[in-house]
Design a protein around this ligand. Structure first.
Ligand SMILES: Cc1cc2nc3c(=O)[nH]c(=O)nc-3n(C[C@H](O)[C@H](O)[C@H](O)COP(=O)(O)O)c2cc1C
Length: 378
């Protein structure tokens, strides 16, 4: 492992054009379109779509890839649920052909069960197995999983080692800075996790206690980058191209991860990639309608109805449509009625939607690759 002492890192002078890990420090511009690797998996851009429970369905991930994310990730999947072949949990392993490269994230506290889950993730066709050491939610931490593992480095390393030995895919770890406010645990445990087999680390530098309050402190990301010789992904408060550029250039991270900014707003991704990206109302409605159709196919009408409600505000907010319009949609009985109402509000969206559907790979083999059939159902 390469360790660099603070102060010994040669900082390039502004007038010397030098490239370090893909950065042109002279102009402080990072090429977000440059590819990089986690293990032997090539990631075509330096933009990663964050795993988000209750958000990162297949439609969200496929959309993220279309808008420039080089890597997408499933939401956290319970290793116990996989191990018990719980039908709903197995559904999280559904991977579409156009999602690759894709990471599936698992959480749990028992190395052997995590290893078994990781093997199932590999069999389902993921490119990377991601381990969650960041979830701050009590329901998860009280079982010894998620961010709790940061306080138990021996267990965390045993999990990483067991998973690394169980699979031939690269494995990555996503973590918070620590449990308590001001914690620097990530800097102690990060190198140990790499030693144990992690091929990449993602840092969301807030404490678990902070949840989503305050700011992500990316000075810790910069410190972590100096301590490990695997790519580090910076997560937290990346909301614009300027912010992405600054975090990449000042931390030396291999990529930035975008979460909340992309909720109902895939145009944030294309904007970060450098495209002028203010969508028309027709584009907004067409993307939402496509998202709804895909989500219904994935979750079924009943589950999709509740799941989709939060997305209406996310898509239609930001001054795109008047507020009462969202209220109106939430009150409609069926998703078909919602779609009709949306298309009536922006009639040209019908053509945009048709074009989008034409461009996407379709068909059951692409979209409904159910691992349930592999494992005999749940
Ligand atoms: C609704 C929601 C669900 C999340 N679920 C997960 C998860 O399942 N796994 C995970 O590692 N992080 C999860 N996160 C954290 C995000 O991946 C990300 O690290 C965090 O939101 C900071 O990035 P942002 O400021 O770009 O949103 C979640 C965040 C949100 C807002």
């Amino acid at each position: 492992m390469r360790r660099r002492e603070a102060g010994m890192v040669p900082m390039p002078s502004a007038n010397v054009k030098r490239r370090i890990r893909g950065y042109d420090w002279a102009v402080m511009q990072v090429d977000l379109r440059e590819s990089w690797r986690i293990g032997d998996v090539e990631i075509p851009s330096r933009l990663v779509l964050a795993p988000m429970a209750g958000v990162s369905v297949q439609a969200f991930r496929r959309q993220g890839r279309r808008f420039g994310a080089g890597l997408v990730c499933s939401e956290m999947v319970s290793c116990a649920g996989l191990s018990h072949q719980n039908e709903r949990t197995l559904g999280y392993l559904r991977i579409a052909a156009d999602e690759h490269p894709l990471a599936v994230q698992i959480f749990g506290a028992e190395p052997a069960v995590m290893a078994e889950a990781a093997r199932m993730v590999e069999d389902a066709g993921a490119d990377i197995v991601d381990i969650n050491f960041g979830c701050p939610v009590r329901k998860v931490t009280k079982t010894g999983a998620g961010a709790h593992c940061l306080e138990e480095p021996a267990r965390a390393c045993a999990i990483v080692e067991a998973v690394a030995n169980a699979i031939s895919l690269p494995l990555s770890v996503k973590m918070r800075r620590g449990l308590a406010n001001g914690s620097r645990t990530c800097l102690d445990i990060g190198p140990q996790l790499v030693e144990a087999g992690a091929a990449s680390l993602t840092l969301h530098p807030r404490s678990a206690k902070q949840m989503y309050t305050g700011e992500a402190d990316h000075s810790l990301t910069a410190e972590l980058v100096e301590l490990v010789d695997v790519p580090v992904i910076a997560s937290g408060d990346i909301t614009s191209r300027a912010r992405a550029q600054t975090v990449l250039a000042t931390t030396g991270a291999a990529a930035v991860m975008v979460g909340r900014a992309a909720q109902g707003n895939p145009w944030a991704l294309s904007q970060i990639m450098g495209e002028e990206a203010e969508p028309s109302r027709e584009e907004v409605v067409a993307e939402l309608a496509l998202f709804m159709r895909e989500t219904i196919r994935e979750l079924g009408e009943h589950r999709a109805t509740g799941f989709l409600k939060k997305f209406y505000g996310w898509y239609l907010g930001r001054g795109r449509f008047p507020k009462p319009f969202k209220q109106e949609l939430v009150q409609l009985q069926t998703l078909d009625e919602v779609e009709q109402r949306l298309l009536a509000a922006a009639p040209g969206a019908r053509f945009v939607l048709e074009r989008l559907e034409d461009e996407l790979p379709q068909g059951d083999e692409v979209l409904l690759d159910l691992p349930i059939s592999i494992y005999g159902g749940g």
